[in-house]
Design a binder for this molecule. Structure first.
Ligand code: SF4
Ligand code: SF4
Length: 56
């Protein structure tokens, strides 16, 4: 399953810079992952300071 960003996100943008397939973009109140693009590499979870990206 693709990763999803939970409401712990503080919109720092670090994950979007690390994603190899540019699946992450800024949303209204948090960053969001396009599940059609995510290849489940885990880079976003590794770089996130608040552990917001979670795999379903
Ligand atoms: Fe991008 Fe990898 Fe995170 Fe999926 S798991 S959103 S491919 S950084
Ligand atoms: Fe949100 Fe974490 Fe991504 Fe920063 S790295 S935008 S806190 S999910």
């Amino acid at each position: 399953m693709a990763y999803k960003i939970t409401d712990a996100c503080i919109s720092c943008g670090a994950c979007a810079a690390e994603c190899p397939v540019e699946a992450i973009s800024a949303g209204d109140d948090r960053y969001v992952i396009d599940p059609e693009k995510c290849i489940e590499c885990g880079a976003c979870a590794n770089v996130c300071p608040v552990d917001a990206p979670k795999q379903d």
